[in-house]
Design a protein. Structure first.
Length: 167
């Protein structure tokens, strides 16, 4: 699977400055959560969701696989994934029907262990998505689903901004 990096040079100066300020505030920090990498929604009719989101967004998914489509959006090419709801993880007696935001982490298993040791409950196990992409999620003590992900695309974007002097 080839993941297109996309063009990032069309961001407005204001957004570029904001991104620089936000990224600079975290560079060198020891935070385990480095940034949002993918927002995943679930749909019982993936083809209808593909049409609806394509119409709404004005673009077609850049990636499709059985049970999954993905759009790249915005100035930083954030990922919006639509997943066939048959693959939605169970969260106790009720299925999760909302979005799961995945935070990029450097060591998925380590961060998962830290979350569990702090009282979070496993939601979805570590799952290899191919080509270096791995996900897992937990339910925090307050009932929120927190997704974590090792995401090569996030690292490509971060490296691009680091090399361009924008971080």
């Amino acid at each position: 699977m080839y993941r297109h990096f996309g063009r990032l040079d069309h961001a407005s100066k204001e957004l570029d400055l904001l991104a620089q300020l936000l990224l600079n505030s975290f560079v060198g920090s020891h935070s385990l959560l480095r940034g949002i990498s993918t927002v995943s929604f679930f749909a019982s009719d993936l083809e209808a969701a593909k049409k609806w989101y394509s119409d709404f967004l004005g673009v077609q998914p850049y990636f499709s696989a059985p049970g999954y489509i993905e759009f790249r959006l915005g100035d930083f090419q954030h990922e919006l994934g639509i997943i066939d709801s048959r693959y939605a993880p169970n969260a106790g007696p009720a299925r999760n029907t909302g979005a799961i935001v995945y935070w990029h982490v450097d060591d998925l298993r380590k961060v998962l262990d830290v979350l569990i040791s702090h009282g979070a409950m496993a939601h979805a196990p570590v799952t290899d998505r191919g080509n270096g992409f791995q996900t897992a999620s937990v339910v925090d003590p307050f009932g929120n689903v927190l997704g974590i992900m090792q995401n090569p695309h996030y690292l490509e974007v971060f490296e691009h901004f680091s090399k361009s002097g924008k971080v």
